[in-house]
Ligand binder design. Structure first.
Ligand SMILES: Nc1ncnc2c1ncn2[C@@H]1O[C@H](COP(=O)(O)OP(=O)(O)OP(=O)(O)O)[C@@H](O)[C@H]1O
Ligand SMILES: O=P(O)(O)OC[C@H]1O[C@H](OP(=O)(O)OP(=O)(O)O)[C@H](O)[C@@H]1O
Length: 532
């Protein structure tokens, strides 16, 4: 058979697209070079252990692996920073610090090709090795500003956070580690209402006031004022203010904001963290921070700071289209549509176009700057993830199945049902050694549920009316949505265990949240007041 397609997650670039892409690379590399950074290039394959050693937060399953002739496990470089730290600690060991390095390389990660995920991510970035402290951070953030200025004609901004803030606040809450992680996830995902609920029983703790606001504290320098008013002076907040003041002295203040809710799972970063957002791009185009422990992991302890820019996102045609102030909201068609309309009407939005849609799929509301897009549930997630819709209304079932690379800000309370494990009446599902077969429309949810029980099962994906599978003898059980329980009953099935509760959620694209903050917060506020 002749192979005439490119591998999953890869693509060719032709003519104008290639020119735009090379143009961005040229602009960035010239800038870095002109500022005293020297180019470094490392192999596209590295030993897997290198990334284990670096404490890199990239999950194992996201790395593309190869086994070499001696049986050693290698990976296609999933990140540029660890290999550069390796070089600095070995070949460059005798070269005095600080070292200023830049790279123009592709990193490889296995994404979900069916959802537009790319396995090849071209990056351009810098590493400033061997310099700690404010001056080095000012240099790195200023370089990030200059780099975005060079390639984002429609506007951009950078947000600063501090990796040290969350751990000290979490310590003051005296929570078990599992709860700290739960709280971290709620803050990182900007689950506004869920975080409020979660923290109810911690109201007496000293860090409660700030932690309960942390996911909402993004914006201008007033964010630091509010944080300080809630927790008193803190060195991390003081540091961010000093950094902002220093950046203001070099004329960068208009490009710099804050997000105190930037809280990463693994403390790879040790100080300032930053992300860059460009008008028209649905995901951050730049990401970086201070990582003072990485070089030490390779035997040459030294502080370091750096950032990487996504050249693909920066050179896409769509990234040069300025976004409008109107919000685009993807609504799940079917069961959730009427409830969403009810909620919006309760707070005064005229939804008549959505109530009489005909065959049209996009509807402008006459009295609010919002375009409603009607889509199937998994597509709501795809549109919001890619930033072609700013917000979405979708069931938690779909989020649990498809993942959540977006902010999940509100539980809207309607569309309530649950995931349950169900079997034919009078069946002992757990009482056998045989590998059980489970039919479901939600294979990821089912797989995780049984993994949590350390149980091997065979999962069969069914597209609908899953109840048929055990009746016809194809499966021993199903994992499916149960609302009233009528469908199970009428088909001789019984629920034996709840898997997860489900209800409709309001989700927000991570870049849109930052680029259209005022409009999006207004809409979230409206939805929240409709719930109350
Ligand atoms: N009884 C229920 N069955 C299925 N979904 C429900 C139920 N109750 C609430 N929901 C919520 O409604 C959402 C949309 O359900 P709906 O049935 O309209 O679409 P779907 O089942 O995903 O698609 P379709 O039936 O068109 O294949 C679900 O994702 C879920 O969050
Ligand atoms: O507990 P109940 O109130 O009976 O509701 C649960 C049923 O509703 C859903 O099916 P849906 O009607 O969406 O059809 P589908 O199976 O084709 O998705 C779900 O998959 C169950 O079959």
């Amino acid at each position: 058979m002749n192979i005439i397609t490119t591998p999953e997650g890869t693509r060719d670039r032709l003519f104008a697209e290639c020119q735009r892409f090379r143009g961005v690379q040229r602009e960035l590399t010239q800038l870095f070079h002109a500022n005293g950074y020297e180019e470094i290039s490392t192999p596209e394959v590295e030993y897997y252990d290198l990334f284990l050693q670096s404490g890199n937060p990239i999950p194992q399953e996201a790395m593309l692996k190869i086994v070499d002739r001696s049986g050693k496990l290698m990976v296609m470089r999933p990140d540029c920073t660890a290999p550069i730290a390796r070089v600095a600690a070995t070949k460059l060991k005798t070269v005095p610090l600080p070292q200023r390095l830049y790279y123009n390389e592709t990193v490889f990660r296995s994404g979900d090709a069916n959802r537009g995920g790319s396995s090849e991510i071209p990056q351009c970035g810098i590493e400033l090795l061997g310099e700690g402290g404010l001056e080095a951070d000012v240099e790195a953030v200023s370089m990030a500003v200059a780099a975005l200025k060079a390639v984002c004609p429609n506007g951009f901004h950078i947000e600063l956070g501090h990796a040290g803030l969350f751990p000290v606040l979490a310590d003051q809450m005296e929570m078990p580690p599992i709860q700290v992680e739960e709280m971290r996830k709620l803050i990182e995902g900007k689950h506004f209402a869920a975080l409020d609920d979660f923290l109810q029983s911690y109201k007496g703790k000293p860090a409660y006031a700030l932690l309960s606001r942390l996911s909402r504290l993004f914006g201008g320098v007033e964010v630091l004022d509010e944080a300080e008013s809630l927790v008193g002076p803190r060195p991390e907040l003081r540091y961010l203010r000093d950094l902002f003041d220093a950046l203001s002295q070099t004329g960068n203040q208009d490009y710099v904001r804050f997000d105190l809710g930037l809280v990463h799972q693994i403390d790879y970063y040790t100080g300032v963290i930053f992300r860059g957002y460009a008008q028209g791009a649905g995901a951050p185009v730049l990401s970086g921070g201070r990582y003072d422990n990485l070089l030490g992991a390779f035997g040459r302890p030294a502080p370091a700071v750096g950032f990487a820019m996504d050249v693909d996102l920066l050179s896409r045609e769509t990234s040069v289209q300025p976004s409008t102030a109107r919000l685009r909201v993807a609504l799940t068609k079917g069961r959730l549509q009427d409830k969403t309309v009810e909620l919006l009407e309760r707070v005064g939005l005229d939804c008549s176009p959505v109530k009489n849609p005909g065959r049209r799929l996009i509807h402008s509301l006459p009295n609010y700057p919002l375009d409603a897009v009607l889509a199937k549930a998994p597509d709501v997630i795809t549109y919001v993830e890619h930033g072609v819709c700013d917000l979405g209304v979708v069931g938690k079932d779909t989020i649990l199945e498809h993942g959540s690379p977006f902010y999940e800000v509100l539980d809207l309370g309607f569309g309530k049902c649950r995931f349950a494990l169900a079997v034919k009446e009078r069946t002992d599902f757990y009482g056998t050694y045989k590998t059980r077969r489970v039919a479901t429309k939600y294979p990821n949810v089912a797989r995780r549920f049984f993994e949590g029980k350390d149980m091997d099962v065979e999962i069969i994906k069914i597209e609908g009316s899953v109840e048929l599978a055990p009746i016809l003898g194809l499966a021993d059980a199903i994992v499916d949505i149960v609302e009233t329980g009528a469908t199970l009953r009428e088909n001789g099935l019984v629920p034996i265990e709840d898997v997860a509760p489900v209800s409709a959620r309001l989700i927000v694209n991570t870049a849109a949240m930052k680029l259209k903050k005022a409009e999006i917060l207004d809409f979230i506020g409206k939805c929240q007041s409709g719930l109350e």
